[in-house]
Design a protein around this ligand. Structure first.
Ligand code: HEC
Length: 249
């Protein structure tokens, strides 16, 4: 029997091991042995079949692999989370400002729609002053005041008179009509605000209170709009009187 050179033998073993998938027990350590590697014959040897050492596991991966899994009840808690979130946000929302009342609503309207021309405190600007009884002199009647604000300059017609006859007001233009923009409640509110808050009329403050009461108990609903084309002082008077007499005003 001829001697098979050892390196050929090993090569055959290695090839066989590779083909069958079985490790070649005797061969593996030999391949990595430095002495063998240094041998010139080894240069032709197949790639070492040494298994690569396991990749080092990063600490963050290691933690993920070794920590406890999510407990069973967490799934239920997660499902409830959106429901909780929605109801929680609901509690954060301010309730609609119910308790504001007609005058407070009028104050908001005045600030947003009127102050730019009549002054923040009613001192006047491009429009007349509303403070210090000025507007009460023009409109002794709240109903006439409401009709003016509802219709504005154009609807009254340039050159026509408006307000109390002895006041001598002539329409010069520039006052918008508001009936289409503001609800009846807002209109009456801003007029009473001008009269009570800016011009100091106690009578109109009492009227505003009476309106608040009637609205609160459901006797009065002013969510509609006055028709600027047809609104009359009588129509407005009827609304104001409906609450005024109830409260002895
Ligand atoms: C764009 C400017 C402007 C805005 C905004 C404005 N007004 Fe006027 N307002 C005027 C002018 C100008 C007059 C005079 C109109 C005229 O002579 O035709 C006037 C007149 C008036 C008068 C009569 C005053 C008097 O003594 O003769 C009242 C009351 C009044 N405005 C209330 C309001 C209210 C209430 C608002 C807000 C809802 C408002 N105005 C918004 C310009 C404005």
């Amino acid at each position: 029997m001829t001697e098979i050179p050892e390196h050929l033998l090993k090569r055959a073993q290695a090839a066989k091991a590779k083909a069958t998938g079985e490790p070649a027990p005797a061969e593996a350590p030999a391949v990595v042995a430095p002495a063998e590697a240094a041998a010139p014959a080894e240069a032709a040897a197949p790639a070492p079949v040494v298994e690569a050492p396991p990749e080092p596991v990063a600490p963050y991966n290691d933690a993920a692999a070794s920590r406890k899994k999510i407990p069973w009840w967490a799934a239920g808690a997660l499902l409830l989370l959106p429901i909780w979130a929605i109801s929680y946000v609901g509690t954060l929302e301010r309730p609609p400002q119910e308790a504001t009342g007609v005058l407070a609503e009028g104050a908001q309207v005045y600030e947003a729609r009127c102050a730019s021309c009549h002054g923040a405190t009613g001192g006047g600007g491009s429009g007349y002053a509303m403070a210090d009884g000025e507007v009460l002199s023009t409109f002794p009647s709240a109903a006439d005041h409401v009709v003016w604000v509802a219709r504005g300059s154009d609807s009254f017609g340039l050159g026509n008179s408006y307000g109390a006859p002895d006041r001598g007001r002539i329409v010069q233009g520039g006052m918008p009509g508001w009936a289409d923009v503001l609800t009846t409640e807002q209109l009456i509110g801003v007029v009473l605000y001008e009269r009570a808050a800016l011009s100091g009329s106690d009578e109109d403050a009492a009227l505003a209170e009476a309106l608040d009461h009637a609205i609160e108990v459901g006797d009065l609903d002013l969510h509609g709009h006055l028709d600027p084309a047809t609104v009359t002082a009588d129509e407005v008077e009827a609304i104001l009187d409906s609450v005024a007499h109830d409260d002895g005003y």
